[in-house]
Design a protein around this ligand. Structure first.
Ligand code: DAT
Length: 174
């Protein structure tokens, strides 16, 4: 698949800062922020609502069909708490955001997560589930792990990814 702009995944446990990173990046790079949660909801790529987890039960095939036309020409920032379902050939960079347990606990408590969902997400961050998932699903050279505990880290991460996008575009223009 040949793209004129890169596709980037920003992933990590809920609360690590995916939305915050994607919004800033979209503003500064002109890439489109694709919130997979919104796509699942709006385009009904799900098999119903899980009341216990307070989340949609995702139909992955339907989701991939829904986003493929947008991903094909490139230029998308995918924002989701999973990354292993996207075909490797669609993706140019995978950023896994990480945060300390204590900070994540406060962020998720502020969101009023049900106790079971809160605990599972904390465990998932401790066990670095998303980082392992990214490393298993993509070439390790395109997987980057970044800390997202403070606003300084957020700013530095966004600058770093912006620079990467600039370089990607320059390399393709040659
Ligand atoms: P996600 O989309 O991964 O669920 P978010 O961007 O909604 O995460 O962030 C959750 C909360 O934490 C939100 O109130 C913003 C805050 N936050 C995220 N990353 C941060 C950072 N690096 N520094 C300070 N606050 C951050």
């Amino acid at each position: 698949m040949s793209r004129t702009s890169p596709n980037i995944i920003i992933t990590g446990t809920p609360g690590v800062g995916k939305t915050s990173h994607c919004e800033l990046l979209a503003e500064r790079t002109g890439l489109a922020h694709l919130s997979v949660n919104d796509v699942v909801k709006e385009r009904e790529c799900h098999e119903g609502w899980d009341d216990e987890y307070q989340s949609w039960i995702v139909d992955e095939d339907k989701l991939l069909d829904a986003i493929e036309p947008q991903l094909k020409p490139g230029g998308c920032i995918l924002d989701w708490h999973a990354c292993d379902l996207f075909p490797e050939s669609w993706i140019d960079l995978v950023v896994v955001l990480r945060v300390e347990t204590r900070v994540l606990y406060d962020r998720l408590t502020a969101r009023n997560y049900p106790e079971k969902k809160l605990q599972e997400n904390i465990d998932s961050e401790i066990m670095q589930v998303l980082l392992d998932e990214a490393r298993e699903s993509y070439d390790e050279q395109i997987v980057v792990e970044l800390q997202s505990g403070t606003t300084e880290e957020l700013e530095a991460n966004v600058e770093r990814i912006e620079a990467w996008v600039r370089q990607w575009r320059e390399d393709r223009a040659k």
